[in-house]
Each structure stands twice: as structure tokens, then as C-alpha cells.
Design a protein around this ligand. Structure first.
Ligand code: AMP
Ligand code: ZN
Length: 461
């Protein structure tokens, strides 16, 4: 019998339980930089009876679902080549038995340590510690927000794999492909819980350039959508999730979500000063852009604000509850336009101020739009148009697939993979971190300022 074929790449099992999704993934990464996702599933706790995530219900859901989901994931671990089921596979330390069949044992266990809800995180972290101890492999307990920021690099590694890269020879197989996008890049994380502009300078150095001072953009969109969209259209929506973004987009621009070349008839503000001009509907109501009194100095450029416009829209529609569908559509478009321009003006400011003062290697060439709101095609359109209008035509704008932008364990696996390859490991006695800033300049420090990291010497190439 031939010995077990040496593994080509690194294999990890990842767990994410920071909020209401119980997620497990199995990711393999080859030395060349290409990755394969063997498993990536999630089970979301049922929050329909509550206005948002109910912490106890979510913890119960993790406790109920995590072990069976891990058990299911193990069946997707790659099989070793050249091992008979009857062979004593455990003795080589590289394989485990799953349903009586030999499978490659993960090289390390990845898990979310924070930020998130403490008890929810603990369910995942304790399970991960158990697996790491049982298999005698390292634990990598990573930052959830770092994982969101690194997601486009995971996507590029997976896409390269999908293109069926087959190394022609050994040299080819071990030649490292540069991960894309390369640092530095900017990410606009726009979701139901976050609105953040992140400057990712290296694996562990992510500066927060702008953040919402009150509610998140997705939350605002959901609140406005509930009032603006006529009730017969709303009640026909069967998603039950409380996330109205997709129907809001379709209501504002009928047919756009299915069309490859929709004409939004959108003209970006010609000058900087026009970015804070009021929108006049010509129907007796106006909308004021967020933070319009602040102009666009350093302070305003580091802030997103959505509660004000949300309050304004709520008041307007409550006072004009008899608005017909066409007027509601005008209001939906105006709301979306002001919100997306508000996001983009901060992006433009960040790009211009960084790229005007940086040397070539520190200039930003890529902007990543991620989070649930980034699936909005009109947002992508506004970003592109406004960047072009400000002379930033050479900036690439990318939007990873939504399934990888919302909470998932594949991004945790990828982040742990990058950390592992950089020599980082987590102590087994670490605790969860409810708060864990990304930015090293934030109070309490950034990713590496958490206790419990240790570094192993890197093997020489
Ligand atoms: P996440 O928190 O990343 O799961 O994203 C969920 C948020 O994204 C919710 O607030 C949704 O309403 C919002 N969202 C999803 N799709 C869209 C869309 N097409 N347009 C605007 N918002 C959206
Ligand atoms: Zn998240």
C-alpha cells in the first residue's frame, strides 16, 4: 500500500457563531494561493417573533445546531489518496475516520473570537477548542470584522480555483500567486448592523476611516422601505426576514434588479458643493442630505449619519400617508440617492486624501463594496458614476458575492488561513471578546493587541 499522499495545501474547519447564524465551513488552500471551499453552510435562528435578534433564542439555536452541522461538514473533508477504509488511519496523525471512512484531518481549527454577543461566541469558541484538543491541532481564533475585510481575497482565491488552475509541474504548483486585491485597499462595509469605511493596509492593520454615528445604513433602508412601499406590495413579500432592501430597490427602479443594462437616468452632483444640496421633489416636499450643515471637512468625512434622514422620511410619509404610488417611487429614489451619495462622498474623500499624499505602493487602486446593502445595483452605479465624476476613473470597484459578504464561516476560515500562514496561533485558554476593534489606533488596540496570540517560527521556503 502506498503511503498517504502528502497534502498539497492547508485544510481548516471553521466555526462562526457571533450573532444569530450558526456557520461551519471547510476550506483548503494550496500553496499557490488557490482555495477550495469543501463545505459552507449556515442555520439562522428564527427571530421572526422579535424585532431583531433575540440573544437567548440565538444561543439556543447555536447549541442545538452547531454539533450536527460540524458532523455534516466532516463528511465533506477530502479523502486521503491510497488508504483502505480498514486501515488504521489514525496512527499517521493526518487522517480521521468519519462514518468509518478515512478523511484528511484539518491542519487547524478556525473560529470567531469576537466582536459579537459573548454567549453566542462562547458556544463556537468552546466547540472549536474541543476539536483542536481532540485532534491535537492549533486553534486560530480570529476577528469577525477582519474576516469581512479580507473576504474579497477569499473570493479571488476561490475564483482562481474555479477557473481550474492545474499546475503543470512542481515549480508551477509552489509558485505563490499574489492574493487579490493586494493591500492597501478600501472596503465600504454596508449591512444591517454596520456602516464602515475601512482602509486595509496589511493583514492585521485595518484603519476605520468613517463609521456611522447612529444607525446602520441597512437598518435605515429597512425602516424607510416599510413606510414608503405601498402596503399591498409589502404584504406580497414572503421573505419574512424584515430586510426590505431588495423590494425597496425593485420598487424604486422597477425591472432594474433583473436587467443587465438598466438606465437609472442618474447624474452625479457636478461639484463638491452640490453634494449637500437639498433634493426638491417639485411636489411640495424636500429631502436634506445627511450632515449637510457640516459640509465636508475632516470630521464630517469620518462620519456617516442615517437617523436624521430616516426621521425626516418617516415624518414626511406619515404626514402624507395618502401619497400615490408614483410619488412614493420618487421618494424611494430620492432617499436611496441621498443615502448612496452620502456613502460615496466619504469614499471619494478618503481616496483623494490618501492617494494625493502617498507614494506609489501606498496608493489605493481598489474599492470593495460588501455587506447586504452592497447587493443594491443602484449603489454600485452611484459609486462608479461619482468616482468618475471626481476624476477617479482608474479606481476598480468590486463587490464580492452577497453570500460571502453576509456572516459565514468561509470568511473566518480564510482569515485564519492568512493568519496561520503568517505564523499566528491562539492559546487554548483565550476568552471571547464582545468588543474587539479592528483599528490598532482604537481604544484597547487592534487585532494583535488582544491577549492570547503567539507566533511560531515560519519554515524557510
Ligand atoms: P447583512 O446585515 O449584511 O446581512 O445585510 C442585510 C441588510 O442589507 C438589510 O438591512 C437589508 O435590507 C439590506 N439589503 C439587502 N439587499 C439590499 C438591496 N438590494 N438594497 C438595499 N439594501 C439591501
Ligand atoms: Zn458580520
Amino acid at each position: 500500500m502506498e503511503p498517504c499522499t502528502p497534502r498539497r495545501g492547508l485544510l481548516t474547519l471553521a466555526i462562526e457563531t457571533s450573532c444569530d447564524d450558526t456557520c461551519v465551513a471547510i476550506l483548503e488552500k494550496q500553496k499557490s494561493g488557490f482555495a477550495r471551499l469543501h463545505f459552507n453552510e449556515k442555520i439562522t435562528s428564527d427571530n421572526r417573533a422579535f424585532r431583531g435578534v433575540h440573544p437567548l433564542v440565538a444561543v439556543a439555536s447555536h447549541s442545538e445546531n452547531l454539533a450536527p452541522l460540524v458532523q455534516k461538514a466532516l463528511r465533506s473533508l477530502p479523502s486521503p489518496v491510497g488508504i483502505r477504509p480498514s486501515q488504521d488511519v489514525n496512527s499517521d496523525g493526518q487522517t480521521i475516520l468519519v462514518d468509518g471512512r478515512p478523511r484528511l484531518r484539518p491542519d487547524f481549527i478556525s473560529v470567531t473570537r469576537g466582536p459579537g454577543m459573548a454567549s453566542n461566541l462562547a458556544t463556537g469558541l468552546n466547540h472549536a477548542k474541543g476539536l483542536a484538543v481532540a485532534w491535537d491541532v492549533p486553534l486560530l481564533a480570529v476577528n469577525h470584522m477582519q474576516a469581512h475585510a479580507l473576504t474579497p481575497r477569499l473570493v479571488s482565491a476561490l475564483e482562481a480555483e474555479k477557473l481550474a488552475f492545474k499546475p503543470k509541474n512542481e515549480e508551477d504548483a509552489s509558485s505563490q500567486q499574489p492574493q487579490s486585491p493586494q493591500f492597501p485597499f478600501l472596503s465600504l462595509l454596508v449591512s444591517g448592523g454596520h456602516t464602515m469605511l475601512v482602509h486595509s493596509k496589511s493583514l492585521n492593520d485595518h484603519a476605520i476611516l468613517a463609521e456611522s454615528i447612529n444607525i446602520a445604513v441597512g437598518d435605515m433602508i429597512d425602516k424607510c422601505a416599510r413606510l414608503i412601499i405601498p402596503s399591498d406590495i409589502l404584504s406580497a413579500d414572503t421573505s419574512d426576514s424584515g430586510a426590505y432592501g431588495p423590494i425597496f430597490e425593485e420598487f424604486a427602479f422597477p425591472g432594474s434588479t433583473e436587467s443587465a443594462s438598466y438606465d437609472y437616468n442618474y447624474t452625479p452632483p457636478a461639484r463638491r458643493a452640490d453634494e449637500i444640496k437639498r433634493f426638491d421633489s417639485g411636489q411640495g416636499w424636500v429631502l436634506t442630505p445627511p450632515l449637510h450643515l457640516k459640509g465636508m471637512g475632516e470630521e464630517a468625512a469620518s462620519q456617516f449619519e442615517f437617523a436624521g434622514l430616516n426621521g425626516h422620511v418617516q415624518k414626511l410619509i406619515t404626514l402624507r400617508s395618502d401619497m400615490d404610488v408614483d410619488s412614493r417611487r420618487v421618494l424611494a429614489r430620492a432617499t436611496m440617492t441621498l443615502v448612496f451619495e452620502h456613502l460615496t462622498t466619504r469614499l471619494v474623500f478618503a481616496l483623494q486624501s490618501n492617494n494625493n499624499k502617498s507614494r506609489k505602493r501606498n496608493k489605493i487602486g481598489t474599492v470593495v463594496l460588501s455587506g447586504g446593502v452592497a447587493s443594491n445595483k443602484f449603489l454600485r452605479h452611484v459609486v462608479r458614476k461619482l468616482l468618475d465624476a471626481r476624476g477617479l476613473t482608474d479606481i476598480e470597484v468590486i463587490a464580492p458575492p452577497v453570500a460571502l459578504c453576509t456572516d459565514n464561516a468561509a470568511m473566518i476560515a480564510w482569515t485564519a488561513m492568512e493568519m496561520y500562514e503568517d505564523g499566528w496561533r491562539s492559546d487554548l485558554d483565550i476568552l471571547t471578546m464582545r468588543k474587539w476593534p479592528l483599528d490598532p489606533k482604537a481604544e484597547g488596540g487592534g487585532i494583535l493587541d488582544a491577549s492570547g496570540w503567539y507566533r511560531v517560527p515560519m519554515p524557510k521556503e
